[in-house]
Design a protein around this ligand. Sequence first.
Ligand SMILES: Nc1ncnc2c1ncn2[C@@H]1O[C@H](COP(=O)(O)OP(=O)(O)OP(=O)(O)O)[C@@H](O)[C@H]1O
Ligand SMILES: [Mg+2]
Length: 271
Amino acid sequence: MTQPNINKNEISRIKTYVEGFDEVMQGGIPEGSVILLAGTSGSMKSSFAFSTMFYNTLLEGKTCLYISLEQSFWSLVNHAVNLDFDMSKINTVIVSDVSRVDEKIREVNSSKKGNLVVVDLGALRREVKDTKIGEQGDWINVIKNLIRKFKTQSKLDIFTLDSLSALYILSRFENPRAELFHIFESFREQKVTSFLISEMPLDKSRYSEYGVEDYLSDGIIYLERTEQYRKVIRSLQVIKMRATNCDLNMYTLEFSNSKFKALYGGQAPLV
Ligand SMILES: Nc1ncnc2c1ncn2[C@@H]1O[C@H](COP(=O)(O)OP(=O)(O)OP(=O)(O)O)[C@@H](O)[C@H]1O
Ligand SMILES: [Mg+2]
């Protein structure tokens, strides 16, 4: 059997572009990992994923795919503009009709810059209604097909599903453990770095709905919004990251001038 010939410095990593956070993970998330981005409501999960995709598109020319099952394209763009992301700096491709995705693939293929492809929720809803594969699997099949199409006919580096929690509401799983196993495997097989956003229960008793997502994922990044006296503090922590020697400390997450920053008592922790 051939031995894998890989040196730890050769693992390619995707930067989050959160100041002070990539260093915590030996430079970033191992390429191709399936990451659970877990947090309570309003902890900036969507913004974190969006920011990572925005900077990878802008600074590294990567192609990213954002699928929101919670927000329409315009709601997402309004949120991004409110966070001061200059959308005019990147090539944004909106998929407003899934059956005509080939046109968008051609647009991505002809673009010389990076691309942020956003699939409009309304377009997904129409596609699911039109493809009667059987009520259960429709949403996940439409999502898988979109990823596969971009990956095979174009290029795709990062994918975000916002959110797994919404997917559970839309497609009732009969056997969640087995079905989730196959869903995670299919994401991993595509070799696209994936963020699966997971809305945590308010009591923070688990990172995901069924618990199995925790070990099926290659990494878990946890975002927290806590009230201390009358002040709200946001925090960020790596819970696990395969193939990475990471620092598991909890960082304060700040956001200003369209940039996230991870702070540890105002400075990097001493190790
Ligand atoms: N310019 C800004 N600076 C800092 N925070 C902001 C700014 N604009 C909006 N926010 C905050 O961002 C939060 C929402 O962020 P986001 O939608 O990313 O969170 P989320 O965890 O995805 O939320 P949800 O649970 O609704 O999906 C809101 O609480 C909002 O007040
Ligand atoms: Mg969100």
